[in-house]
Design a protein. Structure first.
Length: 176
């Protein structure tokens, strides 16, 4: 019985894995997501050269020149919803979950966040280990740092299934 379950699981992974890669985007030069092969829905990770590279790169928290606190709540909002940053600035994001359910903050372009939200809807137990994201349990605090190397308008969102669709997103404006 155990061996037939294992064969079934491996067979299903061969079917599901290619669709996950394609759903996440297969642009030339973009890093492909890495998944925990024990359960495609448990862990999801992209390297820093992935979709978030459009706005910058991961940074060491100790090298941040500015700290921005972001509060996430169960009313499906971020506070603040809009953040202004200077190009070249390294920001330490301290992300506090004041709610009773898990939330996350993911940096990216709106197009990539929408694609990623659709993938999360298919695999709701998936968790981020991306350098441009932090998942935070209720009442807890998480942090990460990011260097914004490009100017422009970017976005952040909570990709927990249903949260993005309920309006849990915000804007980042990176000025030259």
């Amino acid at each position: 019985m155990k061996s037939s379950c294992a064969v079934l699981f491996v067979s299903s992974m061969l079917v599901v894995a290619p669709s996950l890669v394609m759903a996440h985007g297969g642009e030339a030069g973009a890093a492909m997501p890495k998944h925990d092969m024990k359960g495609m829905d448990k862990s999801h990770r992209t390297e820093s050269a992935g979709h978030a590279a459009a706005l910058g790169r991961p940074a060491d928290v100790g090298r941040a020149t500015r700290t921005i606190e972001v509060v996430m709540s169960d009313n499906m909002r971020f506070e603040p919803e809009r953040i202004d940053i200077r190009q070249g600035e390294t920001v330490r994001f301290v992300v506090r979950n004041s709610g009773n359910v898990k939330h996350e903050l993911v940096l990216g372009t709106m197009a990539e966040l929408k694609k990623h939200a659709a993938l999360m809807a298919k695999f709701p137990e998936m968790e981020h280990e991306d350098p441009n994201a932090v998942s935070v349990e209720p009442g807890k605090i998480g942090e990460f740092a990011w260097t914004f190397t490009k100017s422009g308008a970017f976005d952040f969102a909570c990709l927990v299934p249903g949260h993005f669709e309920a309006g849990m997103k915000g804007k980042i404006r990176v000025k030259k």
